[in-house]
Every structure is written in structure tokens, then in C-alpha cells.
Design a protein around this ligand. Structure first.
Ligand code: SF4
Length: 758
């Protein structure tokens, strides 16, 4: 932190942890000395990646810190009410409530759910594994099967690890986006602060931006071309684009042809997907699809980027796979201006082990107890959680630990999950709020506010459109007696493992550090192969907790100092000396074959799972796609799932939680602007204000997610005032992508009618 001479104010630099963009923030703390508070937050103009960009959410970290509803101390439920207690008492309550249950019913009787905030905070990122191991349960769930598992899975199938190609936004000439609205979300699985500015610079340098989305979103509105596709049919359209590239002689995988397996089989498998055949399915005319393929092939460089809309649908894995098939066939994979691979400074699987091949990733080794849903990356799909709680028998889930996240808000069929959580015998949440989910907890352990935590975007910098490393120390001190988040994670781990409330967590942390160093030492292709583990751990010095683990990861990573072998390499000390981050350069081409970790040493261009699932896509060609009205989601730049709705400066203004309906549908259904409508699905119904607009295509209605936080017991005073509904009352846990288990939040069949109360 620096002190300005004129005012005496302190300036701190911090990466914003709220979304995947990871913008640099300049935070002014005042008054000098003593109890400092946040006086101002603005974009850090010297940040090597974001260069001063900030969205409305980033400037509200001070509001989050000061939010009177944010828990400062643990709470324990007594007689149906939360009572604030000291930390020792909270951990004792967990030991008292959970351990007898585990002894009686076995370890699988306690499930764990890792929410989206876990991926934005160093403590959970580095110690979730410790907690999972301590719990010893097979019933592991996370938000990944809500929004991104299809892309993780397709990347793992094709490249052997979760190494997701990202569009080279700063150099591409032609960008095609499906199911993405970066003007609202600032990007996802593609870390790019000021994503909108990067899109505008594509256009400014003469390039083209195409947006494929059922809604004319903020991004589609500014694109050079908007293709208003029918929800859930991205895989059909991409299959037709790939087929056109093949049949019109436009496919040019170039040097990657010799590194790809299965390319020769694609032509026959995709033959049925002509632009004419998929046009009525996608609701897009055949000529538009044909022209898209030709434009992609003709562009000097091009990249196809599919995001949340392509994952949250019934053909999510097929769509995610086909995005990269098109990148491969059009000659744009792993080249400058195309779809490229980030070299993350820490934690990227494709920079470890033997270059060019590996064990790959296996899925479906076990299935869930009730619905026989296959695991992926050691987790079951979240859609399986309610039935695992509801269904009696050996292995029934009777307790739950949540770390971040708000599944009652974000998971499908809110009514069912909410009732299931209410039936649990015991629940623990690591969370700063009493929200729709944590109101069911018996004990809530609140982590410090984001400004009281250090930060390194360990997960998200591995999807950057530049290679960047950026570490921020905590901006504000912990309160007296308040543990840091990693200490909470380790104390909880000790309690659930049976080591007791007084267990020495430094021993657990030491073991984690030694285990990490040992893994690096075992890597015969790494920079510290065969070095002494203790020597490496000692070399980190006095650091403990996340900083020690992060330093080991950075120093043994692709840019690291190798604990002395490259004195100019990256260390945490160097990052601390560079508060605006370190730019490690543009993404590099020709990473294939070295980055591959498939057993074959090839890009699996047509993986077995896709060969099997394409039959399902073929069968859907004959479906009556005009049969029903369907629901899609949306997002606003002032919102972020359910996280930010208790910040008044973000929620003020017009009601954003409306039902968007096309004028033709409004006429047909006799819906009036601003009047309430009842939306029904197989699993529930909501009453919501109508917004008549042609931004949605006919047959499609849209409701944003994360609202409707006025359930009994929720302690979010600002969010509860908001006139919104929870769209997941309508989404259906039985509507999902069977390959990944990812829920289909888009394309949910619904009926809409004027509310009788209106
Ligand atoms: S775009 Fe994301 S990371 Fe950047 S300021 Fe906004 S919320 Fe924070």
C-alpha cells in the first residue's frame, strides 16, 4: 500500500474478485491511520491487464464490506433462530451436531456443495480439497454443473485436461460468440477485463463481431451481425457450420491435421447437418448458416467462442465440443488471432508432466446412488442433490456442508431443493450471509469480506486472453479474533475429520505445503525435479497458508524461478513488488502438441462420448421445435448471480427482473406492458411483471437469474425489498445435458398467461 503525500490517504491496489474479468482496482482508504474505511474505488489505470477498466460492481467492494447484513461472527441456530456465537463455540456446535451423524450413517451421509464464490477466493481454491478429503464423502457437488461443466468436459476430452481455448480477442479479425453477453458479464471462461472494449477494438481495426443469441442482448446490439437462434440449438447450427466447411472444401486444419485423431470421421457423422436441414430447427435461414461458415473460412483470422448459453442447454457438451471442432476445421485453433491457449503462471494442468501426452481425464467411474448420474471430475451433477437427500436407504444424504454459493437460488427446481435442505439433519455453511440457502444451516461460518482477504485469480488467470500474474494482499485488517478464510477451512476440516476443535491447523497447513512441493518434485519434466521437498518448503520462508502454497505454485510453474534455477523467474515476492501485476506476454501459438495430455498424444477431434451422443442430436432433428414457448435467462451488468443484490447502489432504479416477451407473443397471449403474468413450467410457477420488447425472438421469454430473495428467514434487507422472482422456481432438474449432467437452464418449456390478479 502506498500513502499519497498531499492527503495522507492510503492507496491500495486489489484485483476485483467479483467476476472472471479480474479488473485491477485502486482503493483509497481514509482517514490516515487508525480505523480506515474505503473512501473511493476506481479502476487501476496502471493494472497491466485491465488498464483502468471497471464496471459498476467493482466500485462497491466497500459497500459489501460495510453491509450491516454481512455476518461478522458465526451464528448457530437455536430454537429456529440464529444466535451469534464465538468461533470456538461454533466449531464445537459442528462437532456436536455432525460427528455423531457421520458415525451413525457413514461419511457419505454428508454431502458438500462448493459454490461459485469458491472459485474467486484463495482460501477455498487452495483448501477445498483438504476439506473434501477430511469429510471423506463421495457426495460432492459444485456450481460447475450449473454453468460450465460441458466446456470443461469437452476440453478435457479433446486436449486431455481442462485447458480451454480462449478467443484471441486482441488480434482476431472475426469473432463469433454464442450464448455470451460480455457487455453484461464481462466474459466467462475467457478472462478479459474490458471485454466490451476489446470487442469494439476488433470493429475499429476493421474486423467483424457476430453474436448468436436468442436475445438481442447488449452485446448482440453492438455486434456487426446478430443471429437470433432458437434456444438450445447451438449444436445443430455449429454442426451445420462444420459440415459446410467440410463439404464446401473450406476445411483447413493445417499443421494440426497430423496432431488430431478422428478428423476423417467427422464428415460422415455430420453429413445430415446441412444448413437446410438445421434451418427450421435453429430458426435461422440456411443461407445465413452457409455464409457464416464461408465468412469464417475467408477471414484472415477468426475465433468461435461459446459460453454460458451453450453450456446450459440439453446439448451442452456437443455444442461446446463443436465450438472447437469449428475452430480446428477453420484453421484457427492454436494460432494468433484464433482460439488460443493461456499459459497460466500457476495451477494449469497442461503445464505439468510430460509434454504432449498424459493420462487424460476419465469420467463416469462411479454413478450417483439414486439417479445413477455419472461423476465428472470427482463430482456428481447438482441435479442429483435433491434426490440424494430425499431418498431413504444406505448412503442417504442427511447433512450438508456448503462453501459459498446459494444453490436454492441458482440450482433448478428451487421448490424441491429448498424442501430437501429443510429436511436435513444438519447443515454447515461457510458464507457471509443468511440467504435462501444458508437459512437452512445449523451453523454459519462467515469468511472475512473480500477487502480483508488476499487475492490471486488462481483459476481464472488460466483462461486469460493474455498471460498475466497479479497478487493483491488484503486491504483491510481482520477484526479482532476473526480468523482468515483459510483458517476457517482448516478448522472445519479438522473438526469433520474427527481431529477435534483444538486440532493444530498449522500441521494440516504444513502437510498441504509439503504435499504440493512433493508433487512438483515428482514431475520429471518440471523445474524442481528430484529436489528436496523440505528444502523447497523452507525456501518459502515464513509464509503460511495460501501465500505459501501460491508461492510454491508460482515458483514451480512455467514462469517460475524454479527455486533458484531461473533467478529472473516469478516468485510471490516479485508479485508483491509489482502491485499492478506482471504482464507475461501475449498468448503463444503452436502450443499443440506439447500442451496435450491425452493418452493418444493427439487432439481427440471426435471423442467417443461425442460419437455416442451425436445420435441424440440426430434424433432431435425430427422434433417439433415450434411446439412450445421456452424460457431463457439473462444478466445485467449491475448484477452477479445472487451476490450483489444487497448493495443498494446496484439495485436502485427500474425493475430489472421482468419477463421479456416479444410483441407478437404479447398480442397472442393478451399480455400488457407492466402487468403481471403467470409463467408455469413442469415444476413451478411465478408471477412477474411483463416487459414487451422485440429483443427476444417470438416463442422465447426471458427472466434474469439471482432474484426473488424474499423467502422467509433470509436476512438480506435490500435484496428482500426488490420486486423480483427466482427463475429457478421454473427450471427443471430433469432437463439436463446427459453427457455432462449440466442443468439445461435455457430452452425450458413454459406457458405464459395474464395473472388473474393483474
Ligand atoms: S468487470 Fe468484474 S472484475 Fe471488473 S470491476 Fe466489474 S465485477 Fe469486478
Amino acid at each position: 500500500m502506498t500513502t499519497t503525500e498531499q492527503t495522507g490517504d492510503t492507496i491500495a491496489y486489489r484485483t476485483c474478485p467479483l467476476c472472471e474479468a479480474g479488473c485491477g482496482l485502486e482503493i483509497t482508504l481514509a482517514p490516515p491511520g487508525g480505523d480506515r474505511t474505503v473512501a473511493r474505488i476506481r479502476g487501476d489505470r496502471d493494472d497491466v491487464f485491465s488498464k483502468g477498466f471497471i464496471c459498476p460492481k467493482g466500485s462497491t467492494l466497500g459497500h459489501l464490506h460495510d453491509d450491516p447484513d454481512r455476518l461478522r461472527k458465526p451464528v448457530v441456530k437455536r430454537d429456529g433462530h440464529f444466535v451469534e456465537v464465538e468461533w470456538d463455540e461454533a466449531f464445537a456446535a459442528i462437532e456436536h451436531g455432525l460427528l455423531p451423524l457421520l458415525e451413525r450413517h457413514g461419511r457419505d451421509s454428508c454431502a458438500i456443495y462448493l459454490g461459485n464464490p469458491s472459485a474467486h477466493s484463495l482460501g477455498p481454491l487452495l483448501y477445498n480439497r483438504t476439506l473434501i478429503t477430511a469429510l471423506g464423502t463421495r457426495n460432492r457437488f459444485s456450481a460447475s454443473t450449473v454453468d460450465q461443466r460441458p466446456k470443461e468436459l469437452s476440453a478435457a476430452m479433446m486436449f486431455g485436461s481442462v485447458t480451454v481455448p480462449v478467443p484471441d480477442l486482441d488480434r482476431t479479425d472475426f469473432l463469433v460468440m454464442l450464448g455470451a453477453n460480455p457487455y453484461a458479464s464481462n466474459g466467462s471462461l475467457c478472462t478479459a477485463p474490458d471485454f466490451p472494449g476489446r470487442l469494439e477494438r476488433i470493429q475499429a481495426r476493421g474486423g467483424t463481431v457476430v453474436c448468436i443469441d436468442p436475445r438481442r442482448s447488449e452485446t448482440a446490439d453492438r455486434a456487426d451481425q446478430h443471429i437470433a437462434i432458437r434456444p438450445g440449438t447451438d449444436a445443430h447450427l455449429l454442426a451445420a457450420v462444420a459440415n459446410t466447411l467440410l463439404t464446401d472444401g473450406l476445411a483447413r486444419p493445417g499443421r494440426l491435421a497430423e496432431h488430431a485423431a478422428g478428423l476423417d470421421d467427422l464428415g460422415a457423422a455430420l453429413r445430415a447437418y446441412t444448413p437446410d436441414a438445421v434451418a427450421p430447427v435453429c430458426g435461422v435461414d440456411a443461407e445465413t448458416i452457409r455464409r457464416l461458415a464461408h465468412d469464417l473460412a475467408a477471414a484472415p483470422t477468426a475465433a468461435v467462442y461459446g459460453r454460458i448459453g451453450t453450456c446450459t442447454q440439453e446439448f451442452g457438451t456437443l455444442a461446446s465440443w463443436l465450438v472447437d471442432v469449428v475452430n480446428l476445421l477453420s484453421g484457427n485453433l492454436d494460432r494468433v488471432g484464433g482460439a488460443m491457449f493461456t499459459t497460466g503462471a500457476a495451477g494449469q494442468p497442461s503445464t505439468k508432466g510430460r509434454p504432449g501426452s498424459g493420462r487424460g481425464v476419465r469420467f463416469g467411474r462411479v454413478v450417483s446412488r439414486v439417479g445413477h448420474r455419472p461423476e465428472g471430475f470427482g463430482e456428481f451433477p447438482v441435479t442429483a442433490l435433491p434426490e440424494e437427500i430425499e431418498t431413504p436407504g444406505e448412503g442417504q444424504v442427511k447433512a450438508l456442508v456448503t462453501v459459498g454459493g446459494n444453490p436454492v437460488s441458482s440450482n433448478p427446481n428451487t421448490g424441491r431443493l429448498d424442501a430437501a435442505l429443510a429436511s436435513l439433519d444438519f447443515m454447515v455453511s461457510v458464507d457471509p450471509y443468511v440467504n435462501e440457502t444458508t437459512r437452512h444451516a445449523d451453523v454459519i461460518l462467515p469468511p472475512p469480506s473480500p477487502l480483508q482477504k488476499s487475492h490471486y485469480d488462481l483459476a481464472l488467470l488460466n483462461f486469460g486472453v493474455r498471460n498475466v500474474a497479479n497478487y493483491s494482499p488484503e486491504v483491510l485488517p481482520l477484526d479482532e479474533g476473526q480468523p482468515s478464510e483459510w483458517e476457517i477451512m482448516l478448522r472445519l476440516s479438522a473438526v469433520v475429520s474427527g481431529d477435534g476443535v483444538d486440532a493444530d491447523i498449522t500441521e494440516i497447513d504444513d502437510a498441504a505445503a509439503r504435499s504440493l512441493a512433493a508433487s512438483a518434485v515428482r514431475d520429471e519434466f518440471g523445474s524442481v525435479h528430484d529436489r528436496d521437498v523440505d528444502e523447497l518448503v523452507d525456501a518459502v520462508g515464513d509464509r503460511v497458508g495460501p501465500e505459501r502454497l501460491l508461492d510454491i505454485m508460482l515458483r514451480t510453474g512455467p514462469f517460475g524461478d524454479g527455486f533458484g534455477s531461473d533467478p529472473d523467474g516469478l516468485t510471490l515476492d516479485r508479485l508483491e513488488a509489482n502491485p499492478h501485476g506482471i504482464d507475461l506476454g501475449p498468448l503463444q501459438p503452436d502450443r499443440i502438441p506439447d500442451l496435450l495430455r491425452t493418452p493418444s498424444g493427439k487432439i481427440e477431434a471426435f471423442p467417443d462420448q461425442m460419437r455416442a451422443d451425436i445420435e441424440r442430436l440426430a434424433a432431435s432433428l425430427d422434433r417439433d421445435w415450434d411446439d412450445s414457448m421456452v424460457l431463457v435467462g439473462r444478466r445485467h451488468v449491475r448484477s452477479n448471480n445472487s451476490w450483489m443484490h444487497n448493495v443498494r447502489v446496484l439495485t436502485k432504479g427500474r425493475n430489472r427482473c421482468t419477463l421479456q416477451v416479444h410483441p407478437d407473443d404479447a398480442d397472442r397471449l393478451e399480455l400488457a406492458e407492466g402487468s403481471p403474468a403467470v409463467v408455469r413450467s413442469r415444476v413451478g410457477e411465478v408471477t412477474i411483471d411483463v416487459e414487451i420488447t422485440d429483443v427476444v425472438r417470438p416463442g422465447v421469454v426471458s427472466i434474469p437469474h439471482g432474484f426473488g430473495q424474499n423467502m422467509p428467514g433470509v436476512q438480506l434487507r435490500v435484496a428482500q425489498e426488490y420486486r423480483g422472482v427466482n427463475t429457478n422456481v421454473l427450471t427443471d432438474e430433469q432437463f439436463f445435458d446427459p453427457v455432462s449432467g449440466n442443468i439445461a437452464l435455457n430452452g425450458v418449456p413454459v406457458t405464459v398467461a395474464p395473472s388473474p390478479a393483474g
